[in-house]
Design a protein around this ligand. Structure first.
Ligand code: ATP
Ligand code: MG
Length: 570
């Protein structure tokens, strides 16, 4: 599916609907101090994924574009699932993307006192009550989309009693689930989120920041809008599933005493085929060992793609091509890979690596001679440097670059055929050594000393060129061939069982690959291309000086695979 036509990233794209709203608000003096304030509000219950990149680029990007401010707000109201490790990873990921919240690092838990006081005021005004319905009963009383809800028997509990119970909830007098504080809005509202939404629940869990100070925690629909209001957020941007919550948002921001009124706008979340982007499911994969961790290079997490070798620029290009709209859809995985290749093509250093080696002995090349050829690091870069490649009597080429019985149309090495070793010499295959089972051990060749650097005085041309490494000078390293984590376009599809759709070939480890010596200098964060094999990077976790590990970031646009299938080669 390589059908990406729009190859130019549009720098002058039309405004998206949120930019139009912002420009209109600015033009009409509806923004305090003419400074827009957005926020990125992750819940620290997992690592960020590619979907979050869209939200980060949108929120921080708008602040950049309109000279505004973007806050980082950790939405930490569910202590049972939240962790400092997640908070640290979220910050690292945002910085990696090139954004910074400066001094604007906030936590929903910073507002627990204020939220509590607002709740007390609501109770005093008769706008909130303590309910003793169980979760089950509450669901039953809530009604459905077509049926109005019923009032809870506790709805008319006297104010004094509500106050006393709520304070006792806070003091830890009751077990979880015994009581809930609810807003008194309207059980018959056509919007279910306005049918007396819960504001507080009892939860005994140590919070990563507030420790054991609280055993009641405010709910999202209460916390989020009020946090936005406290921080002076002007444009509160979230994904479409919150559209139905907007009336609850507006209810909360119009509570008496709340001065600033932010507005919520919803956009379509990013979905990519072959990917799962739900923290809950990603956590399941991590906890049950289907992947090596949140940063497994197959994970669609920011830390996963970073370790895989994607660059922040490629991902920003990707989300900018996807755009911001109000209609849900699924973006093709190949568009993301297209952006990654475009970016790596410009920056990756080219090296030769042989992943599936076949030994070539050049019979007429002197035994102990070593020559060095210059190779351009990156032919796409006019200012590119060069590096040296050693050549000697024994070299490796890929097994697939030799055929004992060549099919018609095969232009690589076979007995009697001449090919070019990239950057080096022309060689002709002369004979094959086999073991007793008939397996090819090595191929003997001769070289043309006149063809140094891949040119010949008589100007003859050969059709095949192979990459190679000198057997005695190559770096032997581990190479991890990564592919999509899921083989199904929609993991879990109709059944929901996404585990069945895990691609068993999503990681193929090559214990001993041979790479030209220069690869020893590669560092974590460098972008490499192994010529004809793909783009690679140094693994940030497992690679050491003694045992280097390279991850395949993405394959090259695979013209050879197409040609092979045309020729009928497996
Ligand atoms: P998930 O459903 O994957 O667990 P979430 O929405 O619960 O994600 P949050 O931490 O609450 O994750 O998200 C922080 C922000 O990122 C929210 O504003 C949310 O709307 C946005 N976001 C989450 N997933 C996506 C996505 N796939 N595309 C765009 N924005 C997203
Ligand atoms: Mg969430």
């Amino acid at each position: 599916m390589e059908e990406v036509k729009n190859t130019e990233a549009s720098t002058e794209r039309p405004l998206n609907f949120i930019e139009k709203i912002i420009e209109d608000d600015l033009a009409n003096g509806r923004v305090k101090d003419n400074t827009i304030v957005t926020r990125f509000p992750p819940e620290p219950n997992g690592y960020l994924h590619i979907g979050h990149i869209k939200s980060i680029c949108l929120n921080f990007g708008l602040a950049e574009k309109y000279n505004g401010i973007c806050h980082l707000r950790l939405d930490d109201t569910n202590p049972a699932k939240e962790d400092m490790e997640y908070i640290d990873s979220i910050k690292e990921d945002i910085h990696w993307l090139g954004f910074d919240w400066k001094e604007h690092e906030y936590y929903a838990s910073d507002y627990y006192d204020q939220l509590y006081n607002i709740a007390i005021e609501l109770i005093k005004e008769g706008k909130a009550y303590v309910d003793s319905l169980s979760a089950e009963e509450m669901k039953e009383y809530r009604g459905t989309l077509t049926q109005p809800g019923k009032n809870s028997p506790d709805r008319d509990r006297p104010i004094e009693e509500n106050l006393k119970l709520f304070m006792e909830m806070k003091e830890g007098k009751y077990p979880e689930g015994k009581y809930t504080l609810r807003a008194k809005i309207d059980m018959a509202s056509p919007n279910i989120n306005l049918r007396d939404p819960a504001l507080y629940r009892i939860k005994y869990a140590t919070h990563p920041r507030t420790g054991d100070k609280w055993c009641i925690y405010p709910m999202y629909d209460f916390t989020h809008p009020i946090s936005d209001a406290i921080e002076g957020i002007t444009h509160s941007i979230c994904t479409l599933e919150f559209e139905d919550h907007r009336p609850a948002y507006d209810w909360a921001t119009s509570i008496d005493g709340i001065e600033h009124t932010p507005h919520q706008y919803e956009f379509a979340r990013l979905n990519i085929n072959y990917c799962l982007m739900s923290k809950r499911r990603l956590l399941y994969l991590v906890q049950n060992g289907f992947v090596s961790g949140w940063d497994d290079p197959r994970m669609p997490t920011v830390s996963g793609i970073r370790r895989r070798g994607y660059s922040p620029e490629a991902m920003k290009d990707f989300v900018s091509r996807v755009g911001v709209a109000k209609v849900e859809g699924t973006v093709d995985y190949s568009l993301m890979e297209f952006c990654v290749r475009e970016d790596l093509n410009k920056r990756a250093k080219r090296l030769m690596a042989v992943l599936d080696p076949l030994e070539i002995v050049i019979d007429n090349y002197p035994e102990d001679k070593v020559e060095y050829f210059d190779a351009v690091d990156n032919p796409e870069d006019p200012e590119s440097k060069t590096h040296k490649i050693a050549f000697s009597k024994r070299v490796y080429i890929e097994k697939e670059d030799f055929m004992e019985n060549p099919v018609k149309g095969y232009h690589r090495l076979f007995l009697g055929n001449e090919i070019r070793l990239k950057h080096a010499y022309y060689i002709t295959a002369q004979s094959i050594d086999k073991d007793e089972d008939g397996n090819i051990l090595r191929v003997h060749c001769t070289y043309d000393p006149e063809s140094r650097g891949g040119q010949t005085p008589d100007g003859r041309k050969v059709k095949g060129t192979s990459h190679w490494v000198s057997a005695d000078h190559a770096l032997c390293a581990e190479v991890r061939q990564y592919d999509k984590l899921f083989k199904a376009e929609y993991p879990g599809g109709d059944t929901g069982n996404y585990l069945n759709d895990i691609n068993p070939e999503s990681l193929v480890v090559i214990e001993k690959a041979y790479i030209e010596k220069d690869a020893e200098n590669a560092k974590v964060g460098d972008y490499l291309q192994f010529i004809r094999n793909g783009y690679y990077c140094v693994d940030s976790k497992d690679s050491t000086k003694e045992h280097m590990v390279f991850n395949r970031t993405v394959t090259l646009k695979d013209s050879w695979a197409k040609q092979k299938s045309k020729l009928g080669i497996k």
